[in-house]
Design a protein around this ligand. Sequence first.
Ligand SMILES: [Fe+2]
Length: 274
Amino acid sequence: MKPSRMLSQLAKTIAKTCSGNCASVQINHGKTPTVPSRQEVVNTISQLGYAHVPSEFYLPNESQRLSPLLKKVQETYQAVPPDVSSPGNRFRSLIQYAFRPDQNDFIEIERSHEYYQTADTNHIDGGKVRVFGKIEKCFLENPLIKSIVSKDIEMARQLSHLVKFDETLRLIIHQIRYAPKFEMPSYSSPWGLHKDDEPLAFIHLIQIDPNVIGGDTLISNDMHNIYRVFRLKSPLDTMVFTNKPWHAVTPMGNADQEKEAYRDLVYVDFINRK
Ligand SMILES: [Fe+2]
């Protein structure tokens, strides 16, 4: 069975279990973390152009399964190859799917690990095709990853003013490790304030070493007025972005230069490619 088919099958399951079952509470805007319903997350994304979603939202239905599944996902990051496209000490793999309306499913595209951003949104690596590693099946087929991606797909379906589920829709999954060393900090590309090409992007923390300093998310009205700072602290803590807000992630370093430091994430992006 292709991973893409499994994604949509699981999405149907989650839609059924979540429709009347999710707790109705406030989304986390720096207040005490509570578990928002899917509708509340969707509303926040629509209203603010971003959302900071607590890890509890993405817990699998049987939460006792989290620990072994998460451990397996975390282990896969050791095999992610270096991103050699620009400095920043990143490791990165990728896979991209196209939506097929006739099959109501996502199908892997050709050269699915080649990635393009415009120069307008990425002044460092935009305007060129970057070739990353291809995400391994053991990552995509992990039930925790399938559950996360399926929840993102369901929210994307509800955000129809941002994403159209037609033949132009692409689902892009990035597996990224930031691995700062004292002599070589780690940072994203682009590392400064920017807007995304993608109209909808989910950024999920998978693990963070306590030796990492930095990695905080900034949100800004423009290039001068930062008005929010967030930190993803626990596995599955998530930021969601539309292409409206300016944002950035602060570069990462080692608190203790003698020790390893790493911060692992999975990005789930949606974009209609004309
Ligand atoms: Fe971004």
